[in-house]
Design a protein around this ligand. Structure first.
Ligand SMILES: [Ca+2]
Length: 519
């Protein structure tokens, strides 16, 4: 007992002496060199913010994605600069608008010789990897490891291109991407690492994991209030072919085998594509699939009116879309739990986002591309315990353009001046930043699916868009009174001055971002 007391006294005295030493002593002699943070950037494909319970709670429960926001920040007003897959991915990598990074539409090749944030991290000693849907056509550069889906990839038993070599895996694509990601992090955890975990899901044609094929069967989804939008005074909407009513394929999208049903001209490729997808299932898996959709075939046969058919296709879309997201959420949870168990969670930046938002029936649509809110926005949740206090709800206009500069800044690396995005460091740290952008500039170029190129500006209250090319029309919305963007006020004289001011600001941002604007 006597010795125990002596040992205690000696330890206590030593502790007191150490506590009184100036901080610099510790800094110079005892603290290890601070390791740069790891980065895990999860980008899903076409994940609407409406289908994340942290944003909207009545469609699906996504506890794992929500956890990122609960333990960090949820960006409640995050947007993209060009709402379509490849262009948004190029913006994320480069921190530059499409006209400067060169990738304006899904058909273009990414110039892989240009500067990207993974390249810069690699130059600063990071191990870097991209796993999953790449969709930039040129081979990835700036990565120590890459294992990507060819083009859009497949949902079942997917093919991959691993460091340039064709390979294939058994299983469901979202599980496989996460398996490979966890494996790679495990192998590289002794280094600072940056992982781009790029999901294919929940992209069209929404093929769910077999284990969730029966989910949502007992729930009827209500179409949004503007599902039957008549597109009055909006030429861009009148010309598009991305409606649930007319442009979804029964077989490819709704999984209904109807031999007498002819695909619409825009979907003439879809039935064959569906066949290729379904043939990837093993005979045992195909049995599970057929059994799960047998009930849907029966419901389809009972439909009598066109509106019943449209609502049925909306229901089918929602069911399969949300089933895919359930798996994305499960797998996001696996990544978070791996970070917990490896002890790296505290010093790892985790970002969950999508390449852009998507319509879940708003304006009667199922796709993206337009500058209307649902596809212009993206979910974005960021956790970094070393900097961000828990449960931050941030309403500043964040952009996919800001990811590259933010990641570099948080890693302690100088952001190249050529990047057009802005580091969100202060915003994340303090929750607000009085100097943050108050307006967003947008430019969409692609003409597929009857879309019309357009650019525009959004402020906290208004949105002004100019559709050009096949048409020359303007749209103006007062978001305070018309958040669903149904009434085009561009030619309303009461809004003449508002439009004039917005046009001025629009031209300012075009000059600022060096967008040459070819019409
Ligand atoms: Ca996408």
């Amino acid at each position: 007992m006597y010795y125990m007391k002596r040992v205690f006294l000696i330890v206590a005295t030593l502790a007191l002496v150490l506590l009184q030493l100036p901080d610099s002593c510790f800094a110079q002699h005892t603290l290890p060199v601070k390791r740069p943070p790891n980065i895990v950037l999860i980008v899903s494909d076409d994940h609407a913010y409406q289908a994340i319970s942290a944003y909207r709670h009545d469609l699906i429960n996504t506890p794992n994605i929500d956890r990122i926001g609960r333990e960090g920040a949820i960006m409640r007003k995050a947007y993209v600069t060009n709402s379509v897959c490849s262009p948004s991915r190029a913006v994320i990598l480069t921190g530059k608008y499409s006209h400067l990074n060169g990738l304006r539409d899904n058909g273009s090749f990414f110039d892989s010789t240009q500067q990207t944030f993974p390249k810069i991290l690699q130059q600063h000693g990071y191990k870097t990897a991209v796993i999953g849907k790449w969709h930039l056509w040129s081979a990835p550069t700036g990565f120590d490891y890459w294992n990507i889906l060819p083009a859009q990839g497949h949902y079942y038993n997917p093919d991959f291109i691993k460091m340039g070599k064709d390979t294939a895996y058994t299983g469901y694509v979202t599980d496989v991407i996460t398996d490979l990601s966890v494996q790679w992090m495990n192998q590289n955890k002794q280094y600072p690492f940056c992982l781009l975990l790029y999901n294919k899901a929940p992209h069209r044609n929404w093929m769910p994991p077999l284990k969730y094929l029966d989910e949502c069967n007992n729930h009827t989804f209500s179409p949004p209030a503007n599902f039957y939008d008549d597109y009055k005074d909006r030429a861009g909407l009148q010309r598009q072919h991305i409606t649930i009513a007319n442009d979804l394929d029964l077989k490819y999208d709704s999984k209904i085998i109807c031999d007498s049903c002819k695909p619409a001209a825009i979907n003439d490729w879809a039935p064959a594509e569906f066949q290729r997808e379904i043939e990837r299932l093993t005979p045992a898996e195909k049995k599970v699939w057929d059994a799960a959709y047998a009930g849907e075939q029966e419901v389809f046969k009972q439909l009598r009116t066109n509106d019943e058919r449209v609502r049925f296709q909306f229901q089918r879309y929602m069911e399969d879309y949300l089933r895919c997201i359930h798996s994305v959420d499960d797998n996001t949870g696996r990544v978070l739990r791996w970070l917990d168990s490896s002890g790296l969670a505290g010093n790892t930046i985790v970002i969950y986002m999508s390449d852009q938002g998507v319509y879940l029936g708003e304006h009667g649509l199922y796709d993206k591309r337009f500058m209307y809110e649902e596809s212009f926005r993206t979910p974005m949740l960021i956790r970094f315990p070393a900097l961000i206090s828990p449960a931050q709800k941030i309403d500043a206009f964040a952009l996919n353009l800001d990811i590259a500069p933010t990641v570099l800044d948080l890693a302690g690396i100088t952001v190249p001046s050529a990047m057009q995005g802005v580091s969100m460091k202060k915003l994340l740290q303090k929750g607000t930043d009085e100097h943050w952008r108050k307006e967003i500039y947008y430019h969409y170029y692609e003409r597929s699916f009857g879309l019309t190129p357009h650019y525009g500006i959004k402020t906290s209250r208004y949105k002004l868009m100019h559709f050009y090319g096949a048409v020359n029309t303007w749209e103006l919305y007062d978001l305070k009174n018309d958040s669903a963007e149904m009434k085009n006020l561009a030619d309303d004289s009461k809004y003449g001055r508002v439009r004039q001011e917005l046009e001025k600001r629009l031209r300012f941002w075009q000059r600022y971002y060096k967008d040459p604007v070819k019409e």
